[in-house]
Design a protein around this ligand. Sequence first.
Ligand code: G3P
Ligand code: MG
Length: 374
Amino acid sequence: MLATKLRPCLRTLGGPTSVRTFQQRAPPPDYGFAFDIDGVLLHGSTPLSGATRTLQYLQQKRLEFLLLTNGGGTSESRRIRQLSKLLDTPLHIQQFVQSHTPFRMHAQSRGMENVLVVGGAGDNCRAVAEQYGFQDVLIPADVLVKWPEVAPFSDPAAWEKYARPVAKGRKVDAILCFNDSRDWALDLQLIIDLLLSDSGRIGSRRPVSKVLKDGHIPLYFSNPDLWWANEYPQPRLGQGGFRAALEGLWRTITDGKGELKATTIGKPHQPTYEYAENVLTAWRMQQLGEESEHPELRRVYMVGDNPKSDIAGANGYKSPWGTEWVSILVKTGVYRNGDDDGGAKVVVNNVEEAVRWAVAREEEANENMNARGD
Ligand code: G3P
Ligand code: MG
């Protein structure tokens, strides 16, 4: 940091306009970025214009960034390989957080011994949950293939190759929605069965009055997004839509007396942002490690397309480490002109403009600081 301290003195003393002679390399900036994926970098598997150029620019400028998505459904390692290919940019698992990544922290917790994992294609989410360390992972396909009558309009044959045997009297301690359901009828039916069951025992049932009195097994969602943006011209229903359908069913089944009790992580929720900040800080330390004097991370520019998740999350996040999160909303995803922008610091057309705005803002702040001789 010596060079930065020298810079103002040199300028007033008429020293060389560049401080090249005093520094090997300009110290890395004290800010970074968090990029949402769907609607900012990609539409489905189609890169958005300027996305690759922007990420490569940041890598050249040593401006570290995190990919922070409410998406998921596969392992972080597999997804980051896909993203590196799609965006033609070397990306790393240490700069990547998916909706269910923070579930990893609960894998060894008491009451998580037997879980039902919902969502995702095939048995991908079972594989992810087991990779996180969850011991006994059931998926809806297991129950459907064992008892096809459990969901009379779902097709066991479509799930046969993913299913595992289900022991009689199998119980479920908790239900975790990892990703978007591929069969709403089956998944909604199974979750309702388990919420009405006796302590999560498959095939058991309690009267609704007893459920309202004693409660139900824990239910977790990893993503609250009602809408998300893919290649279709209008946003699509996300995991938040599935949850809304479940809440509607639960209200009807309990004659309006029951409030579905569930824990939801993912953007905009504080735990996901804390987890994300930790990941970005660790990644940045690893990247800048060779300079023991590099500046602490002081600001993160959150670039997103969804006012209710990306923007609300960045605006509402209280960093335990005092880092400021600045929300930048792009028009390439869920948000459309005229919608409520969620109080974004700035609204720009796309991810390239977002980064340009942030870098210009930082350079202006630096110049003002130097002019003041801070
Ligand atoms: O399922 C993914 C969707 O909810 C939004 O993902 O990348 O925009 O946070 P993302
Ligand atoms: Mg998005």
